[in-house]
Design a binder for this molecule. Structure first.
Ligand SMILES: *Cc1c(COP(=O)(O)O)cnc(C)c1O
Length: 344
């Protein structure tokens, strides 16, 4: 009933726009959380068509799903969220790059690597404190990785970190710490193919954050950063349009076939508007399966909840601002009840 229409051409265009912007750095398409609710494999295939050869899967299971779904050896896939009981052998066999922070992870992976060597990216913490080796542990981690690399057990592919992208000065400090960590690693004999630090916002905003590779999630889907800058100002197009049918018309209000069970937040009540026939009407109530808007509609009409803003509807950014969240959270919360349909 409710439908998320995904504009694959817009996704490819966004990725191309970003690729041009960050060149000569390469673009990793981050497809975690089912490609931010857009659907993993269709988005990965569109990214391949757009020339993307790096994928960020977050976890190993998603990396394996990408390999099984047609992302072949010509592409690298990085998983960096590793649990205590990971099946590293399966990941290494599928040539999933692994982002690691500790010697314990390094030893487990080296032990699991049988026929092929494990491809590793070493993560340094530069202030965000979300995984990453501390500067104090860094030399030991690097030295052991270099040792295992010399023995042919692992391949040192990358060095990386993650930054907040909330304050220019804090990001600058993180970039400085990243440079220092790379210098330390190189002095210990490490050589890396790729150095990467930035996600969408910093990739777009600052040249000194790009290094060799940038990890792009939100901007690829046309989802703006949370700071009020809209995707259009960046030359990007929202990829998802969310629609729902009118299931009942009562007086001057319309009941739509989408609700809490579809992953819509109750915060939309009184806060956001929905477009019916190009006109906007406030949401006045919501329950598990339906929401009611204060405007006339006919059974079978399709209401547009959010989209690119071309048919009178609000954008995802407007929904996010009106409900006190960020666009990414709204799209990743949409449940499997919402049918994803794709326009090539
Ligand atoms: C999610 C994520 C990204 C992508 O972030 P966006 O702001 O959505 O582009 C990049 N790097 C890491 C480590 C992430 O977890």
């Amino acid at each position: 009933m409710s439908e998320a229409r995904i504009d694959l051409a817009a996704y490819r265009r966004n990725l191309a726009t970003i690729a041009t912007r960050v060149a000569p750095a390469s673009v990793m398409a981050v497809v975690k959380a089912d490609a931010y609710g857009h659907g993993l494999l269709p988005m990965a295939r569109a990214a391949l068509e757009a020339g993307i050869r790096w994928f960020g899967s977050l976890d190993i299971a998603t990396g394996l799903a990408l390999r099984a779904g047609g992302v072949g050896d010509e592409s690298s896939i990085l998983a960096w969220l590793l649990g205590p009981d990971e099946d590293y052998a399966a990941a290494v066999d599928a040539q999933i790059d692994l982002g690691i922070s500790t010697i314990a992870q390094l030893e487990s992976i080296a032990a699991a690597a049988r026929d092929s060597s494990a491809r590793l990216h070493l993560k340094i913490d530069t202030g965000l404190h979300r995984n990453g080796s501390s500067a104090a542990d860094w030399p030991r981690l690097v030295s052991r990785a270099v040792e295992l690399s010399t023995a042919g057990r692992v391949e040192l592919v990358g060095v990386f970190t993650h930054i907040a992208e909330a304050s220019f000065d804090e990001d600058s400090a993180a970039i400085e710490r990243f440079h220092e960590a790379i210098a330390v690693a190189e002095s210990l004999g490490a050589a890396f193919e790729v150095r990467h630090l930035a996600a969408s916002a910093a990739s777009f905003a600052r040249g000194d954050a790009r290094f060799d590779l940038v990890r792009i999630g939100a901007f690829g889907y046309g989802i703006a950063p949370g700071d009020g800058v809209g995707p259009a100002e960046l030359g990007l197009t929202p990829v998802m349009t969310l629609t729902a049918p009118v299931v009942e018309s009562i007086d001057e209000s319309s009941v739509l076939g989408i609700g809490l069970a579809d992953g819509i937040s109750s915060a939309v009540v009184g806060a956001v508007s929905v477009a019916l026939d190009g006109r906007r009407y406030k949401v006045i109530s919501i329950d598990a399966g339906t929401m009611t808007v204060a405007g006339p509609g006919r059974r079978g009409d399709n209401a547009v909840l959010f989209g690119a803003g071309l048919r009178g509807e609000q954008t995802l950014q407007e929904w996010a601002d009106a409900t006190g969240t960020i666009g990414e959270e709204i799209v990743t919360r949409l449940s499997a009840r919402v049918t994803r349909t794709y326009e090539a």
